[in-house]
Design a binder for this molecule. Sequence first.
Ligand code: NAD
Ligand code: MG
Length: 395
Amino acid sequence: MNTIRHLTILGSTGSIGESTLDVVHRHPDRFKILALTANTNVQKMLSQCSQFKPQFAVMLDSVSAQQLEESIKQAGLDTVVLSGVESLEKVASLSEVDIVMAAIVGAAGIRPTFAAAQTGKLVLLANKETLVMAGRIFMDAVKKHHAVLLPIDSEHNAIHQSLPYNFNGNLMEKGIRRILLTASGGPFRKTSQDSLRHVTPEQACAHPNWDMGRKISVDSATMMNKGLEVIEAHWLFNAPPENIQVVIHPQSVIHSMVEYVDGSVLAQLGNPDMRTPIAHAMGYPERIESGVASLNMFDVAHLDFEPPDFERFPCLRLAYHALEMGDNMPAVLNAANEVAVASFLDEKMPFTAIPTVIEYVMQNVKQQEIHTLNDVLSVDHIARETARNWLAALK
Ligand code: NAD
Ligand code: MG
């Protein structure tokens, strides 16, 4: 007999949120949904509430919350509807909640993800932006409040699976030489610089191997996603940037590797389906069914590897640079990237301007230490303003 564990899913209507619900519905004896949250997608939230009957549903947006409340009443459900970021924090920290899936996209996820860590939850972290913006203080909060942090990002989940059980954050002591962070290279791995200028949001969002939200899809196309993941790996595994090697692996079958001092390289493989890392983290340390098909090695046939191209993908170089600079710089990088990606998706600027905006913002926001979550939020605000000023000058 399993004890039922109660879950809050932050960002349940997104790609990770839906994959998480798919795993939950396979294990009604293990998991119960206590709260679901979303930004504005009332229809999808209503259908999730009908299926999973959570106690709370939070819409960030108050108009969407009102609409949802009416529909919930009409449907005869007794889910309590709340709105606003304080409610996101509330449902991430309720005493009845055991597990919080942090799957809001972008900096918007940081406050509820912190709330989960500060109340000692099992935090399943998809929202890599929290670690990029506030790595040290987030890891400190996890430790201080006895939260448990498990990575959902497929690469970091693969690294976690390839590290020794109960890894203590000391690479040297455990005989670990390097982390090999794999990357598909995205849809433009072979596109010429010239044609990159003209790519559309639709082309950028058409990832060859993964089906994801639009922001992370663009990040994959610029390879900023891999840059954010280098920073994420640095904080999760206490790895210096020089021990994190990005490896382009177009098939996305090896999700990442760990190399040991004896020359062994341990890898985790599987079909590119986020339900594997999600089920791994939800069941941990047990293994549970995820619904993912067996990996057919004969269909895969080849595994290719290439070094990353920092010229074609300046965002990757900028992310390493921000990590080496430290302090507020990764938060500055993240904020500038979010503004730039949103502007590209709105067709207000070309794809190739994304790294230009980020570099400009990194050069124009002062490097400063950060000590608190409020420091991070204020850096985020300043960097966004600086990025918007650059964009305004475009007109
Ligand atoms: P998505 O765009 O599909 O979903 C985002 C979710 O967050 C939605 O439920 C949306 O309603 C909610 N949301 C958006 N803006 C919000 C706001 N301002 N306030 C509150 N809620 C808001 O994104 P996704 O692809 O599921 O990615 C979610 C996170 O997981 C990102 O940080 C991403 O980097 C990370 N991640 C995703 C994948 C993937 O395969 N999709 C893989 C690894 C990591
Ligand atoms: Mg990833």
